[in-house]
Design a protein around this ligand. Structure first.
Ligand code: URP
Ligand code: ZN
Length: 475
């Protein structure tokens, strides 16, 4: 057990306010937030003068140690969570992908992922489970895995990757009905897998993501199921979300760090390997104005939270696609750099304020996944997942200094104002003075309970309104 910790002289930032206060942490929990806490001799002292004291980041979208396309992603749960805390993220929600198509139960996949993650994680984590086929046993398995004992409150559906992860519309619709019944969130990777297959030569074709986002929104509305669109990469996809929200649908949009900082010009680089490093699905937008527009939509509340889709393949793995680009393993890094990149492109550029920054980097994720205010808030009773953030420090992102198990960094050379100087996970300092102080397995699995009020509190009323009405006619 770590000693009590006092953070003095900082500015506490929550999603709804910022104020000068000291913070006292005991046994992994925040026990006091007040103007002048006097440290006792047995307490560790952090001076946060000229620093912000913010909730640790929550990255709701990672793929650590994920087997896919015959390869396994390079960041396992140790390297991935070390990279996370080095960048000020103290919780990840990782995607567990059971081989359901080949009959693996959701529970068996879940146990595999827990077996990989539990001994390695250096910060807290939760799981979201992918459903890759609708099978006779799927509904029962979804019900089991959403029980408090297992703590899964969201499912992911791929509209891309035909033949492996992709579900058909009818399968997704059926599963969304089940999600609504279980008060679990449907998270959708929106791309038209069939069209991609036809047009692989022109993968960056406009409209593939927007069409699929619109289709997912329509199906979710039909199933009366709240929807979470992962990695919103284009203006068209963002517009589809705005449109359906204006129609009254509950839809959340998650842009990722890569999409907020980079555009698709990298795919046209003379160096094949350079271009391959940026291959992900959906691709970065060809329109150079998209990253700023996505940030503005986050500012406006039209998009809601930021993730990374951290899914790292190294140069050897990327080179497997030399000669056939469809064989390039899809995925990019992000978990270490998201907090700095979002600050740089959002706050430092004057588009969002620090409170909105907290909202889109932790608080909204905590609300959606039903762990607020335990996570995502600096308040008495909240977990002591805290970052001492220096908005005036500058760092240049580089593979030479990052903590990923990766031989490149897609953000190489980007200069960021805003640096996570100290990261505290459950009351323990895990990152300080540019050094990791992590212990593998010290992070905890956080059960995510269904029926998040932020998502489902109007569900019953919506269901009642949607019940078909019998019309009595005389003839
Ligand atoms: O390119 C991506 N997004 N790779 C990760 C796998 C996925 O699509 O979720
Ligand atoms: Zn993903």
């Amino acid at each position: 057990m770590s000693p009590p910790l006092v953070i003095k002289n900082g500015t506490v930032v929550n999603e709804d306010g910022m104020f000068k206060a000291d913070v006292l942490v005991k046994n992994g929990v925040i026990v006091e937030v007040s103007p002048n806490i006097i440290p006792l001799p047995d307490m560790e002292l952090i001076d946060a003068s000229d620093r912000l004291v913010i909730p640790g980041g929550i990255d709701p979208h990672t793929h650590m140690q994920m087997p896919y396309m015959g390869e396994v992603t390079k960041d396992d749960f140790l390297k991935g969570t070390e990279a996370a805390v080095a960048g000020g993220t103290t919780m990840i929600i990782d995607f567990c992908c059971p081989d359901h198509r080949n009959g693996e139960s959701l529970m068996s996949g879940y146990n595999r992922w827990r077996g990989w993650a539990d001994p390695k994680v250096c910060c807290d984590y939760g799981l979201s489970v992918a459903i890759t086929q609708w099978r006779p046993e799927t509904a029962e398995q979804m019900a089991l895995i959403t029980s408090p004992e297992y703590g899964v409150n969201s499912f992911k559906f791929y509209m891309a990757y035909e033949g492996t992860l992709m579900v058909r519309d009818d399968e997704m619709y059926r599963a969304m009905q089940e999600c609504a019944k279980l008060r679990a969130l449907a998270r959708v990777h929106c791309e038209n897998g069939a069209v991609i297959k036809e047009k692989e030569i022109d993968l960056l074709a406009k409209g593939i993501e927007a069409e699929a986002t619109n289709r997912a929104c329509v199906l979710a509305a039909q199933a009366n199921c709240p929807l979470y669109v992962v990695h919103v990469m284009t203006k068209g996809a963002a517009a589809a979300i705005s449109h359906h929200r204006a129609q009254g649908s509950i839809v959340f949009g998650e842009p990722i760090a890569a999409g907020l900082a980079l555009d698709g010009s990298h795919y046209y680089d003379d160096d094949w390997l350079h271009a391959a490093r940026y291959v992900m699905s959906p691709p970065l937008s060809r329109d150079p104005t998209t990253p700023e527009l996505l940030m503005k939509l986050l500012a406006a509340g039209e998009l809601h939270l930021t993730g990374t889709d951290n899914c790292t393949y190294d140069c050897r793995q990327k080179s497997l696609g030399k000669g056939n680009f469809t064989k390039i393993p899809n995925g990019i890094n992000g978990v270490e750099d998201r907090m700095s990149v979002v600050w740089e492109k959002g706050v430092h550029s004057g588009i969002i304020d620090p409170m909105r920054y907290v909202s889109i980097t932790s608080a909204t994720a905590a609300k959606i996944f039903n762990i607020y205010p335990k996570k995502g808030r600096i308040a008495v009773g909240s977990d002591a997942d805290i970052v001492i953030f220096n908005p005036n420090a500058i760092r240049t992102i580089s593979a030479d200094t990052h903590h990923h198990n990766l031989d490149f960094n897609i953000f190489e050379g980007i200069q960021c104002h805003g640096v996570a100087e100290i990261t505290i996970s459950r009351g323990r300092i895990v990152w300080a003075n540019g050094k990791l102080q992590t212990v593998p397995g010290s992070g905890k699995f956080v059960p995510l309970l269904s029926n998040s009020p932020f998502v489902f509190s109007t569900q019953e009323i919506r269901e009642r309104k949607n019940v078909p009405r019998i019309v009595e006619r005389l003839d």
